[in-house]
Design a protein around this ligand. Structure first.
Ligand SMILES: *Cc1c(COP(=O)(O)O)cnc(C)c1O
Length: 465
């Protein structure tokens, strides 16, 4: 039995962690020198670390703890299910009640005409499913050449070989031989960084039309699908210009390309609707879900599939599945999460209270000398930092230098706010009330002031030429 507990001194836990634990997206030797932050408990929207600090979680864990921490009903739902049926599979003509109930519940929330779900344990797995789903769909339709999938640079769709290939993260592609064949990446609708002299609206249309150009380049008969997050999350909370999605929808319709909306972050209330596709006014054929589906209390994800695609797939044996597809405990916990969200009117809370208050609060930071602009969409936001707002300049220092300083100043002020390069991002639990949001904004403001002072001291406020 392990004797390692919450009561051990932080340094000892850190040393043990460094000795045996390889962390995701981390240079482990750097982490070993610095020591990992040890989180021991969490309640509501606050984390507690092993030194007793109370940290406001502006990222909802990793974009997932939408209902906040410490909901005992969730633990009870898991315990009840574990006692009744801890595991059974959904292969070989069997099923169980939690999978039946969750499939019914999720598809009832989904847009009209999306009545089937294929379960996975994560967003990565679900996106791997999607690659096989769309290719199998076109093969079954007698068009096997329609196998290419178009995605976007700086998209995040997961970390498995398939989903990492769908993603457009150059640093991920650089390791391990990604992307797999038949995946193509067009430019992202990031006006702040890449819009140049164009208006936001014109830029949105231009970036969407790259999809049309890519379809024509590959040949209409060779393209299976386009995949995108309604709002890019891990890429830096890139809120697209309003002109972008209508043009993408037009192009998908015109060329009969399947549209996969990766709703892993946007789904389950984050944008003020059940799905980001509603907020953006799009009609996907497949939606990837995970994260907020269970508020992170259990690992579960899936692909919600429209009737037309599900029907075609249903004619063949789909040779795909995970041991834990529709896992009963994860499904029971996800069901409880959705019950809580509905009973506590969480979508209305986001739409009417939390999101408008977050927007108003963060917009008070727009005048800060480091803040280029404030992008808010529901309960996700980004603040690109810049040495010169008018020209949207980047810093002369290595990308991410100022962002990292700001992230550290946030932690020092007991706030989790992430940085993507020199862009600061938040995605807090949806349950945050006005007071929590005021605390978030005032801590962020203080962190920005300290970042400015530190950058000035290190002579880092120069723009790249
Ligand atoms: C997190 C994320 C994924 C991957 O989900 P995992 O559960 O980490 O595999 C996929 N797509 C998007 C948009 C994500 O944010």
């Amino acid at each position: 039995m392990s004797l390692i507990s919450n009561h051990m001194p932080t340094a000892e836990l850190q040393a043990l962690d460094a000795a045996h634990h390889m962390h995701p997206f981390t240079a482990n030797d750097t982490l070993a020198k610095r020591g990992a932050r040890v989180i021991t408990r969490a309640e509501g929207v606050y984390l507690t670390d092993s030194d007793g600090n109370q940290i406001l979680d502006g990222m909802a864990g990793l974009w997932c703890v939408n209902i906040g921490y410490g909901r005992h009903e969730m633990a009870e739902a898991a315990a009840r299910q574990m006692k009744e049926l801890p595991y059974y599979n959904t292969f070989f003509m069997t099923t169980h009640v939690p999978a039946i109930a969750l499939a019914q519940e999720v598809t009832a929330l989904a847009p009209d005409g999306m009545n089937q779900i294929f379960f996975a344990s994560s967003g990565s797995e679900a996106n791997d499913t999607n690659i096989r789903l769309v290719r199998t769909y076109w093969t079954e339709k007698g068009k096997p050449s329609k196998s290419h999938i178009i995605s976007r640079k700086n998209a995040y769709h997961g970390s498995s070989v398939g989903s990492g290939s769908l993603g457009g993260m150059a640093h991920m592609h650089a390791q391990g031989g990604l992307p797999i064949e038949g995946i193509h990446h067009i430019n992202q609708p990031d006006w702040w960084s890449e819009g140049g002299e164009m208006s936001r609206a014109d830029f949105g249309v231009a970036r969407a039309q790259e999809l049309e150009a890519k379809i024509l380049e590959l040949g209409e008969d060779n393209v299976a699908a386009f995949i995108a997050e309604p709002i890019q999350g891990a890429g830096g909370v890139i809120v697209p210009p309003e002109t972008y999605w209508p043009e993408i929808q037009r192009i998908c319709d015109k060329y009969e390309i399947l549209l996969i909306a990766d709703e892993v972050i946007c789904g389950f209330g984050r944008t003020g609707n059940w799905f980001g596709s509603e907020t953006m006014g799009i009609r996907p054929h497949i939606m990837t879900i995970a994260k907020g589906l269970s508020s992170g209390y259990q690992p579960i994800g899936g692909s919600i599939v429209c009737d037309a695609v599900a029907e075609v797939i249903g004619h063949t044996e789909f040779n795909h599945g995970y041991t834990y597809s529709g896992h009963p405990v994860a499904a029971a916990v996800a069901l409880e999460n959705l019950r809580i969200m509905k009973e506590e009117n969480m979508i209305e809370h986001v739409r009417n209270v939390a999101a408008p208050h977050l927007k108003a609060g963060l917009e008070t930071l727009a005048d800060h000398p480091l803040v280029g602009e404030v992008n808010v969409a529901g309960m996700m936001a980004s603040l690109p930092l810049t040495p010169h707002k008018e020209s949207r300049a980047t810093f002369a220092a290595d990308r991410g230098t100022i962002g990292m300083i700001c992230r550290d100043r946030c932690f020092a002020n007991n706030l989790v706010m992430r940085h993507v390069g020199d862009r600061m991002i938040v995605s807090p639990p949806l349950i945050m009330g006005r007071e929590d949001i005021d605390t978030l904004v005032s801590r962020a403001s203080k962190a920005l002031d300290e970042t400015y002072a530190e950058a000035k001291r290190q002579d880092l406020l120069k723009a790249a030429s």
